[in-house]
Design a protein around this ligand. Structure first.
Ligand code: UD1
Length: 425
């Protein structure tokens, strides 16, 4: 297993370009299955999860290649609606293929998806939505089979604004007969990106970004060149890293309106942030201040995907902060690791109480999931001494060579694979 070795305590400085959004690229790639032909999708990050999606598309009969940041995808040759189990269980986003494959082939066979171990991640809302559109669903053990001659538009009301369920239903409804209205929809920027992509191919939908999306089904879609949005979670990770190392960084290819709640919270912590078009400058010359209470919840509130990273900043802030996690239970696995680095955090159910300490200290820690892993890297960058982050494959699911990204900003961070000798100080 690969490790990252970080010599901390150096302020980050310089500029770095933010890669495309994993969480936008994955549904866009899945949606490409609904239009036979050649797709060119730009600003796609070179990440483990993207490669799993490309492997799935190949297993379905497509030709797929990622070169520089462009995916070229030939979907005419697709001849299967069965997502192989070993690929399905590698990544939760494989569930996005249900809607598109059902639309294209009239049937789909998938398995319970995998993904980060951040708590129970049900798919009942995906299944209920597809059922409402007329699909019959059979569950047998781990296998899920859906069938529908042609889906029919209807009103779908989501009990919770699930990002993935909203996206799956949008995709299925794009080619359904008649009008579908999704109420209680998730409002994340990635949902607006999916709407833009589908509409560019000839779909007819409005409302993404609000809690009601209306989709008038069309007969067919045609491939169009598309470019996905920048990754707001990678941007937020770098913003926090700049702040905790007391650095000064310029982030390029960002979309500031996607980060309004994050900018607000960081400014309350005393971080200076300036934005102009797609550029953001973040600096923090003094110790951050505590933030009384942060609550993660669906967009536009503070994102759960930045909770762990923000907790590093609060661990080093002057004062006591409370972080309440409402999206996923069990998303505090980084707390034990941060505590081993000297943080003072107490967890009570879904709230973490954080008493800021002046300094964190290097330690050997384990990335338990994607964002927890990113948080430990940030903690290592801010800490005194050497930090070793193990289980780096979790981080590779969402950050394109994180060590290069921070290396460009002057950080001392290196990756060691098992074959390479690691000198432990
Ligand atoms: C997406 C993001 C993920 C992010 C999450 C919340 C992608 C590829 N991933 O994941 O990075 O952390 O949104 O912002 O876009 N739920 C149900 N039933 C369902 C579906 C979800 O109960 O059918 C629950 C989940 O267990 C969870 C909550 O809803 O507690 C949020 O999940 P959801 O919004 O669906 O997240 P994902 O789409 O999986």
């Amino acid at each position: 297993m690969e490790k990252l070795v970080i010599e901390g305590g150096k302020p980050l400085s310089g500029s770095v370009r933010i890669h495309g959004a994993k969480n936008a690229a994955l549904p866009v790639l899945a949606a490409s299955m609904m239009a036979a032909g050649v797709h060119r999708i730009g600003n796609v990050p070179d990440l483990l999860d993207i490669h799993v999606m490309l492997d799935i598309l190949r297993a379905l009969g497509c030709k797929a290649e990622l070169k520089d940041d462009v995916v070229t995808l030939e979907t005419s040759s697709a001849n299967s609606s069965h997502v192989p189990e070993e690929l399905m269980t590698q990544m939760r986003s494989s569930i996005f293929l249900m809607g598109p494959l059902l639309s294209r082939f009239g049937h789909v066979q998938v398995y319970q998806p995998g993904g980060c171990a951040i708590g129970e991640r049900k798919i009942d809302l995906h299944l209920k939505g597809l059922q409402a559109l007329g699909a019959t669903i059979e569950e047998s053990g781990n296998t899920i089979t859906c069938r529908a001659e042609r889906l029919k538009g209807t009103d779908v009301s989501l009990d919770y604004p699930s990002v993935g369920a909203t996206e799956n239903i949008m995709m299925a409804a794009a080619l359904a007969e008649g009008v579908t209205t999704i109420s209680g929809a998730a409002r994340e920027p990635e949902i607006q990106d999916l709407q833009n992509f589908l509409n560019s191919m000839g779909a007819n939908m409005i409302g993404a970004g609000t809690d009601t999306i209306t989709i008038e089904g069309v007969e067919s879609l045609t491939p169009q060149a598309y470019r996905v949005i920048p990754d707001r979670i990678v941007t937020g990770t770098l913003m926090v890293a700049a702040a905790v190392t007391r650095g000064n960084v310029t982030l390029e290819n960002v979309c500031p309106p996607h980060l309004t709640s994050v900018i607000h919270v960081l400014k309350r912590a005393g971080v200076q942030i300036a934005t102009r078009d797609d550029i953001m400058i973040v600096n923090c010359s003094a110790r951050p201040k505590s933030v009384e209470r942060i609550i993660t919840s669906p967009h536009p509130s503070f994102p759960t995907d930045l909770q762990a990273q923000m907790m590093v900043l609060l661990s080093l802030a002057d004062g006591i902060s409370v972080m309440k996690e409402t999206v996923f239970e069990g998303r505090f696995k980084h707390v034990d690791e941060l505590t081993r680095m000297g943080a003072d955090i107490r967890v009570d159910l879904s709230s973490a109480f954080i008493r800021g300490v002046p300094r964190l200290y290097g330690a050997t820690v384990e990335a338990t999931d994607l964002r927890a892993g990113a948080a430990l890297v940030i903690a290592g960058l801010a800490a005194s001494g050497t930090t070793i982050v193990e289980q780096v494959h979790h981080i590779d699911r969402g950050y394109d060579r994180i060590e290069n990204m921070f290396g460009r900003l002057g950080a001392k961070i290196e990756r060691f694979s098992p074959v390479r000798q690691l000198k432990v100080p």
